[in-house]
Design a protein around this ligand. Structure first.
Ligand SMILES: [Zn+2]
Ligand SMILES: [Zn+2]
Length: 354
């Protein structure tokens, strides 16, 4: 095991200083502890969560500026701490998740590790190297199978959230499911659900998203700006006008949450997957809810189990990064990518090659 990099070299990295203030700088290569590893980043992917954090300048649980930034990556182990074992060694291609639960708190002991009170988040993917904390090394760092590209592997984190969302929603082959929102997350739902013989109706914005939704398997895709009443439209497309078996909301706005609740059939399930800004209020009709026996889920984050399922799903070829990655930049190009995402230039995910 080598320790030659510790405390010596420098690297280029993106540093978040505050709202819309991201700089590419030369910083020290992170020092690793005895149970940690240093990963050379092969590819990092941009993500809607990063856009939110970039706009706001911080994230209460995940990131306080000034801070290294980015959380979806795949790479190669450069160096391991002296207490790292279990076959984890330099040269191994890995997917380190962006978090790991504590396994000790109330929620972890209840089998809900995504709600862990001490969920450890790791940021710093937009850099040449990233330090991976011991807790992630032990529980949530997966070796990338041979033949799987770094770009495909790097999609595992958001995919794990999507797979968990599908499991919690309880979708069956033959069901009609509405997906509201056709960003990278909504499109992943569309891809996986349509692969599982579900009829997916997509509701999104802009031509590029509608095209992507259809390419990824939606039987119909509608641009909200071009339709009068999305709730009526969905009902017309379902058996007897009953509504969809399930609705997955992947936007995070009050109006789309309300649509979701109105589009689902009696006895159906709504997954309010998109997180709304704090302070958002949503109107619901208690009578309609009660007499229709609608189940409401709102799934958040992933677990080590679903990270592994995501990698297996990628290895089976059920999802390909080429359907989601619409651009590629070096670190120097990253600040402009965030500006472009803010202006909604139609790109889905950008691959950052440090
Ligand atoms: Zn993400
Ligand atoms: Zn915990």
């Amino acid at each position: 095991m080598s320790t030659h990099r510790q405390g010596s070299g420098h690297m280029n990295a993106a540093v978040l200083y505050g709202a819309e203030n991201l700089k590419i700088e030369t910083v020290d290569i992170p020092k690793i502890g005895d149970d940690e590893v240093l990963v050379r980043v092969a590819v990092a992917l941009t993500c809607g969560t990063d856009l939110k954090v970039w706009k706001r300048g911080y994230h209460a649980r995940m990131i306080q500026p000034p801070s290294l930034f980015g959380h979806e990556l795949a790479g190669v182990i450069e160096e391991t701490g002296k207490n790292v074992n279990g076959g984890v060694q330099p040269g191994m291609r890995v997917l380190p998740a962006n978090s790991a639960p504590c396994n000790a708190c109330f929620f972890c002991r209840k089998g809900q590790p995504n709600l862990c009170e001490d969920l450890l988040f790791n940021n710093g993917a937009y850099a040449e190297y990233i330090r991976i904390p011991g807790r992630i090394v032990r529980q949530n760092m997966i070796e990338i199978p041979d033949g799987i590209s770094f770009k495909d592997a790097a999609m595992a984190e958001p995919l794990a959230c999507v797979l968990r969302g599908i499991r919690e929603t309880g979708v069956h082959p033959g069901d009609t499911v509405v997906v509201i929102g056709c960003g990278p997350i909504g499109l992943k739902f569309i891809r996986i659900l349509s692969q599982r013989k579900v009829r997916v109706i997509a509701i999104g914005k802009r031509k590029s998203q509608m095209k992507a939704a259809e390419r990824l398997g939606a039987i119909a895709a509608f641009d909200v700006d071009k339709i009068e009443n999305p709730v009526e439209l969905v009902r017309q497309l379902t058996d007897g006008g009953r509504g969809a078996d399930s609705v997955i909301e992947a936007v995070g706005r009050a109006i789309t949450w309300e649509w979701a609740l109105q589009m689902v059939r009696k006895g159906g399930t709504v997954n309010l997957f998109g997180g709304c800004p704090t302070g958002t209020e949503v109107k619901i009709d208690p009578a309609a809810l009660h007499y229709s026996e609608i189940t409401i889920k709102s799934t958040f984050h992933h677990t080590p189990q679903f990270m592994r399922e995501a990698m297996d799903t990628i290895a089976r070829g059920e999802i390909r990064s080429s359907d989601f990655i619409t651009g590629e930049v070096t670190l120097e190009g990253l600040p402009k990518v965030f500006q472009d995402m803010k202006n909604r230039n139609g790109e889905l995910k950008t691959a950052v090659i440090p």
